[in-house]
Design a protein around this ligand. Structure first.
Ligand SMILES: O=C(O)c1ccc(O)c(O)c1
Ligand SMILES: [Mg+2]
Length: 629
């Protein structure tokens, strides 16, 4: 697989882009004309700089408004082309993209355009240049790859081919399978981009909202399957115009791009087993069977407070690590590990961010295959020295820098609890009916949400569901839920745009994003709430106004409402069923726990309740920092 990315796709100066692109593993770059004109170096110096990074210039683009002109305009278009060909010779590239004309005086006519390209082909041949013609979705006369291909077919020149760009085809809902009839030697170049499904002017959508394959809603894999079916084995290049990416971090963006390309081509190979894809073998997306543990880095008074809270939620301290200051708390299937070590990863998390969730253990069929796939997709493996008597549990760095461990039964890793822990005697607490982890809620900067979602959906068998807006009194937080099959694992990604939101405040103290809350499931939330109250748990208080509104919104009788209100339980319904949830009071840094009960397959997370929950949390947090007025 020959991987390329257009310089427009990421932020920075041309030099910064090149370094990031090379480091992320790409083989080549498309040079966008503006990037090159803005640079102080001569075309030859720029070409050398690119090659010094080990990159090839795969394409020079865009050349606009070429075809369909007459008279002087036509002559000038050919002069411009010769001028670009000269520049390309200096840069050291032999492939150019001509996008379909948007010129007000372009006449249209398949044969006229074909004649223009036949004539240009003869000039390009003298320079040894391949010209690719791309149908812009908003081209004046040509806006469909089938018409671009027909023009190329009639031009019938070896130096003229067609360029396929997934955005232009898929945004117009053109069946990508029509690509299968194009001969591969007539495909000059292939560009990939995804985009979220939004109803919008095509040009505006394309120039501002494209994203990496797999980050949006377009069937990019179907497009690429059709391209691969032609036998095309040339460059596959990302061309992503995106406002956020223009200001993002170049290396992270380039790495996301590489991850998205590899995952897409792996999907193509699995969907089209008869097509050879030149990509090392890797295991398929990994099904997460559940959350095996969550681990907090904590210490001192904060650890005491966390332990006290866990006790009031019905957790029992059941074990201690054989050699480390690490304790194990359990209820139902939920394991909470408290790490008070003063060396190692948990220590470094604690010293930078205070008590926080530093590690998540996921239960998978094969831990080794999980890290193998993650590595093939550019994830960083995580290692810590293993002391005698300890298991070497495979782990990777998650996007925000936290650690994710993988445990399986078949290689004995899930025996870690009996191997590495000694039972803690006589500390049993009455359990409160918490059974498992319903979801983990991670907070990150809004600009990084796509990156986090791509990480999860490419390594694991997980899908994005709808994006919801969470209204914080001080700003909007975007929430993207992702889940595995049967909801065995659910994660919500909450993208904060300002530090004044509850999520933003947490983010400011967490350096790069982390789990802000953990939701535990109960099969009977009222019984759980009563048991926890008896243990001394103090829920997040909800105002009476909330319950008055609930009465108006749902068919809940007074007795039921009174029960909910007595325990500060919030309520929601979707087309499937109902949802009940209550919250702990937030820690000083904004971390909290939630307890939920899903009834009859409710699929959401109680988003309509979020504004009231957040306002209540902010009321609790006020005395700590900001004065009330
Ligand atoms: O938005 C544009 O003008 C533009 C230019 C070149 C391309 O390859 C493309 O897909 C879009
Ligand atoms: Mg394009």
């Amino acid at each position: 697989m020959k991987t390329s990315i257009a310089t427009v796709s990421i932020s920075g100066t041309l030099r910064e882009k090149l370094t990031a692109i090379a480091k992320a593993g790409f083989d080549g770059i498309e040079i966008f004309e503006q990037d090159f004109i803005a640079d102080a170096g001569s075309p030859r110096q720029i070409g050398d700089m690119i090659r010094d990074q080990g990159l090839e210039i795969t394409l020079f683009q865009p050349f606009r408004d070429f075809e369909g002109l007459t008279g002087d305009l036509r002559r000038r278009a050919f002069d411009r082309a010769r001028h670009k060909f000269d520049t390309m010779a200096e840069l050291g590239t032999d492939r150019i993209l001509i996008c379909s004309s948007t010129h007000p005086q372009a006449l249209g006519g398949i044969d006229r355009a074909a004649e223009d390209f036949a004539e240009l082909g003869a000039i390009a041949a003298d320079y040894g240049i391949q010209v690719g013609y791309e149908a812009l979705a908003w081209g004046r006369h040509v806006n469909d790859h089938r018409d671009a291909w027909e023009i190329v077919r009639r031009a019938d020149h070896p130096n003229i081919g067609v360029i396929l760009d997934s955005f232009h085809t898929l945004a117009r809902r053109i069946d990508p399978n029509t690509i299968r009839r194009i001969p591969s030697d007539k495909i000059t170049f292939v560009q990939l981009a995804d985009a979220p499904q939004i109803d919008m002017d095509l040009l505006y959508w394309s120039r501002h909202f494209r994203n990496m394959p797999g980050e949006g809603d377009l069937p990019v894999t179907d497009f690429m399957r059709a391209v691969a079916a032609t036998g095309y084995d040339g460059w596959i290049s990302l061309e992503i115009f995106n406002d956020q990416f223009r200001s993002g971090r170049p290396l992270e963006l380039a790495r996301d791009g590489y991850r998205s390309l590899v995952a897409t081509m792996d999907d193509v190979r699995r969907a089209e087993p008869d097509i050879r894809v030149d990509l090392p073998e890797m295991p398929a997306r990994v099904t997460v069977e559940g959350v095996e543990f969550i681990e907090f880095a904590t210490r001192g008074a904060e650890a005491e407070a966390l332990q006290a809270l866990l006790r009031t939620m019905g957790f029992t301290h059941i074990g201690n690590h054989i050699s480390k200051k690490v304790s194990l708390w359990q209820q139902g299937e939920i394991r909470v590990v408290l790490n008070k070590e003063t060396t190692g990863f948990a220590n470094s998390v604690y010293t930078t961010t205070g008590t926080s969730l530093c590690d998540v253990g996921l239960r998978v069929a094969s831990a080794a295959q999980t890290t193998q796939r993650a590595k093939a997709l550019g994830a960083t493996l995580f290692h810590q020295p293993v002391a005698p008597g300890e298991l070497d549990i495979p782990a990777i760095r998650s996007v925000g820098g936290s650690v994710m461990h993988f445990l399986d039964a078949h290689s004995g890793l899930s025996d870690v609890w009996s191997v590495e822990f000694r039972p803690e005697e006589g500390s049993a607490v009455q359990a409160a009916g918490l059974t498992r982890i319903d979801h983990l809620a991670e907070t990150m900067s809004y600009d990084e949400m796509l990156s986090w979602a791509l990480f999860y959906t490419t390594i694991f068998d997980m899908q994005r569901s709808v994006m919801t807006d969470v209204i914080d009194p001080d700003g909007l937080v975007r929430s993207q839920a992702i889940h595995g099959p049967d909801g065995a694992v659910r994660i919500t990604l909450n993208g904060a745009e300002t530090h004044r939101t509850l999520a933003g405040g947490f983010l400011a103290g967490s350096f790069g994003g982390a789990v802000q809350h953990v939701a535990f499931a109960s099969d009977d939330i009222l019984a759980t709430a009563r048991d926890m109250a008896a243990l001394g748990f103090e829920p997040l208080p909800m105002p009476t106004n909330y319950y008055k509104d609930l009465k108006a919104r749902f068919a809940l009788d007074d007795a039921r409402l009174a029960e909910l209100q007595a325990h500060d339980i919030l309520y929601d319904e979707d087309a499937q069923g109902g949802f009940l949830q209550f919250y702990s009071r937030p820690f000083e840094n904004g971390f909290f726990f939630e307890v939920v009960q899903r009834v009859d397959g409710y699929g959401g997370y109680g988003a309509p309740n979020a504004p009231f929950r957040i306002a209540a949390q902010k009321r609790m947090m006020l005395p700590k920092g900001i004065p009330a007025n």
